[in-house]
Design a protein around this ligand. Structure first.
Ligand code: CP
Length: 314
């Protein structure tokens, strides 16, 4: 087993081989998900807790299903049901649950860096289910898994990531992982939704929608993260949809075999018109389905390790 980390926090330090180990493990897990009895005893006796301090439909549900399919015991709590509402710190909350002999925590938090902070201060394995605008590494893994399923390769692909790049943890985790695999990533979005300095991303920034998608094998539309913007960044959603959304006018620039992705939740009619969210080229619901297999793989790779005490994270 190559995957040697105590925690899964980021894609930035993953090697190409480690990424492929996750994707190949997920392929086995997907086969389990297709069986009539979708359950294996692999993590029997382990306890996995999902701690979501931000809303989630896909990530929380798929982690809980993934844990149950591997026969782990699961506990779930959210910001509204935990004692953080009474002033308890995030770390105290997690440490209390850790002392109930929890093996793996899956944590989502609105603050960038909060999940890493917890990982550095507890012995249990920690999985980042999205921290602020920083990273969403399991989303990147399920995106890569879905791309490989549809394109049969990850080598030499062009991927266009379009929308609210600056606030997108999905974009960041995908960019780091895709570059490790030699995928060419092109970014496009309103100037107000791009980082002021795009140099560290090492991606080509397209000047218009046509330039972004003309060569793209994959077109990944991002959600506008209105909840993370503390000022108005676009004049109106209607204008955003017209210039940055995928719709009848902009779709004509896509390659015929380009697949359409979105991490969800979709703002229908803004990032994507319904026609393209639900078309044959859209793999959005495949992404959701694959989320279970990929999260099973990550829980398996962490849960099968002997508990490590050197504190290394991805
Ligand atoms: N893609 C994603 O993280 O969706 P949720 O917010 O529903 O978990």
């Amino acid at each position: 087993m190559l995957f040697k980390y105590k925690d899964f926090i980021s894609t930035i330090n993953l090697s190409k081989e480690e990424i492929f180990e996750i994707l190949d493990t997920a392929k086995h897990m997907k086969e389990i998900n297709k069986r009539e009895v979708k359950k294996v005893p692999t993590l029997k006796g382990k306890t996995i807790s999902t701690a979501f301090f931000e809303p989630s439909t896909r990530t929380r549900t798929s982690f809980e299903i993934a844990a149950k399919r591997l026969s782990a015991d699961t506990v779930s709590f959210t910001s509204t049901t935990s004692s953080t509402t009474k002033g308890e710190t995030l770390l105290d909350t997690i440490k209390n649950i850790e002392n109930m002999h929890t093996d793996i925590f899956v944590i989502r938090h609105k603050c960038s860096g909060a999940v890493k902070f917890v990982a550095d201060n507890v012995k249990a394995h920690i999985v980042n289910a999205g921290d602020g605008t920083n990273e969403h590494p399991t989303q990147a893994m399920l995106d890569l898994f879905t791309i490989r399923e549809h394109k049969n390769t990850l080598t030499g692909l062009n991927v266009a990531i379009i929308g609210d790049i600056d606030h997108s943890r999905v974009a960041r985790s995908n960019i780091w992982a895709m570059q490790k695999l030699g995928i060419n990533v092109i970014l496009y979005g309103p100037k107000t939704m791009l980082p002021s300095d795009t140099t560290p991303l090492k991606c080509h920034i397209a000047k218009n929608f046509k330039e972004a998608v003309t060569e793209a094998d994959v077109v990944m539309m991002l959600r506008i993260q209105l909840e993370r913007q503390n000022k108005i960044l676009i004049p109106s959603l209607r204008e955003y949809a017209m210039y940055f959304g995928l719709n009848k006018t902009s779709a004509k620039y896509l390659k015929k075999d380009a697949i359409i992705m979105h991490p969800g939740p979709i703002n229908r009619g803004v990032e994507l018109s319904t026609e393209y969210a639900d078309c044959d080229r859209s793999v959005i619901l495949n992404q959701v389905e694959n989320g279970i297999a990929v999260r099973m793989a990550i829980l398996y790779l962490l849960g099968m390790q002997k508990r490590r005490t050197d504190g290394s994270s991805t």
